[in-house]
Design a binder for this molecule. Sequence first.
Ligand code: ARG
Length: 463
Amino acid sequence: MSKLWGGRFTKQTNKLVEEYTASIQFDKELAEEDIEGSLAHVQMLSECGVITKNDKEEIKRGLNVVLEKIQSGEFEYDVSHEDIHMNIEKALIEEIGPVGGKLHTGRSRNDQVATDMHMYLVKKVKQFIAHIELVQEAILTQAEEHLETVLPGYTHLQRAQPVSFAHHILAYFWMFERDKERFQDSLKRSNMMPLGAGALAGTTFPIDRHRSAELLGFDSVYPNSMDAVSDRDFILEFLSNASMLMMHMSRLSEELVIWSSQEFQFIELDDSFCTGSSIMPQKKNPDVPELLRAKTGRVYGNLFSLLTVLKGLPLAYNKDMQEDKEGMFDTAKTLDGALQLLAPMIATMTVKKENMKQAVNEDYSNATDIADYLVNKGMTFRESHEMIGKIVLHCIQQNKYLLDLSLDEYKQFSTLFEEDVFEILKPYNVMNARKSYGGTSPEQIQNQLDLAKKHLKLVEKIT
Ligand code: ARG
């Protein structure tokens, strides 16, 4: 069938060129947005007197027939019509005849494709915000159950100070809270409409862009037609926010992998979230967090790919911009998968608090607290740090922990030690003693939980 832009050409397009320049293979994902945009466009055109009411009705009827065919899977996409916009327009003209040719009045594919992508992303970002909340809710539930569960806190992956499991896992709540805020904030910029910018310079028809925006639910309209058709910042911002979210989910996944190892045994992922080995019958592998961790790479890649595509482009539209889509769809799909699995995986995991407790009983993560103890008895922190270092060394040489030493042994290091040192050294007390704002004492964590719950409600109101 002839091309919609065939008038100026005397030769057929080379088949390889057709394949190479087409985007229908992947932009068919935008079909529904494209039709929704067209329905609003014709409505506006008729309200502005650019096309008649009858033509508008006929075009709308035709577009709805095409939409049904797409939704039922009956629609035949044709690579010779290059992209979703021309596939739909061709199908419309076939359905209702030449009047369908009025649909493209006062617009170009350049503003059309940008509009479709804005619509797609606004819809997806709102879904992601809701899905992040499901992960946050799963975290809150585990935190509420494990306010008093003590485990080693690490720095440099070396035992540092005991913390509550609730405190550890809530750290991720706040990372996801920032991710959510970033997505929320990005809506201000992505919920802006390019439609009516034409190819680049606007249009000679008396259109009303604000009316189209109102019909499509956009908050605002691009004030500059050249910016409207060449801006892809909203996609970059999405890819960047997605990268950070993936990085957070990947860090959490890394902890889940470590914690489920035989060496740690701090948690056990539910059987329904693990897979086995084809050779070693004993294996239960944490494939989901491993894959999630790995898929972070493709999201970063998509961000870098688009940054690179755009960096040398002159205004306004360039065909290079067609390369913005696959990375965006791939990122959306990757986020969908990760977010949907993470929430139930966290909700169903078993926290092995006895193993965590045993771990803190067998380390020196209470050393800071005896250092603080001597400071409270009048020693300077530097002196006491030095002395506790020596006590730890003594313990290591004797194959003992700090709670195993007798008061006499302590007194050989300093006469400031009294019987009360043993209470201070108990891991629960060490955790409970950190009562500074944002610290790991259960009382502080309770405040943190209350604040976290308020945040969840707050975002419900603004989305
Ligand atoms: N498929 C194109 C894209 O995704 C649509 C815009 C084409 N515009 C053009 N002037 N060739 O970028």
